[in-house]
Design a protein around this ligand. Sequence first.
Ligand code: BGC
Length: 279
Amino acid sequence: MTTPADSGGRPAALPLLRGQKALVTGANSGIGLATAIALGRAGADVVVNYVFGREAAEDVVSKIQSFGVRAFAHEADVSDEGQIVGMFARMMEEFGTIDVLVANAGLQRDAALTDMTVEQWHKVIDVNLTGQFLCAREAAKEFLRRGVVPEVSRSAGKIVCMSSVHQIIPWSGHVNYAASKGGVLMLMQTLAQELGPHGIRVNAVAPGAIRTPINRSAWDTPEAEQELLKLIPYRRVGDPEDIADAVTVLASDLMDYVVGATLYVDGGMTLFPGFATGG
Ligand code: BGC
């Protein structure tokens, strides 16, 4: 199903998600794009959600289809309830069900507190937090309706919330973003507790600094990258594939007993690197 050339130098993926149906929000750039492709390589049919950038979404669809699985792009704003309900309805029509939701779509609107507008506040909370709530709610309805299909997976459904190291690291100048990701932590844990008895696994992946458009200014000059590397004990900026592979394994039955966990994929950014030489 895959060749080494497909895998960007990584070992070819096992078909860990063979026959499963996945939906990835914000799947036409950055971490979402790499994740949608990784799930396809792992054997899943994939809905590629996006809000702007149809062409990029269609490119992701073609790439996924080249693995011999199904994929389609669907435009929807994760913070719009009607559009999300519509997207899940289309997924039910085309794929029949959902096994894996990756609630990934997210953005930043950075400003110092005293400059931050209420629009900047709301935009980030609406997309990063309310968007995950809406998608999780719709996915859970289908997981509960269908239950476990043992030939497909040991669980009745998996939700992977895309969080951030900033679910626990405070971040000056980004209070809307840090608050949204702190919210994602409690959203994820509460849903894991509520849905666990129904055989549904909810977990989070918390990326550190990953080379994507959201944080380009933090890595796109050698000076900026040097500064950033001081915050990363492993001394490498992450690639979207680092996150995509973690999501794929977390969504698979290899991780069937992992419930309500956050998998930090951050090169050690959460290890208080400032204390390596002081304190
Ligand atoms: C943010 C990036 C930032 C990284 C580490 C991510 O959640 O979106 O802008 O580089 O956290 O601070």
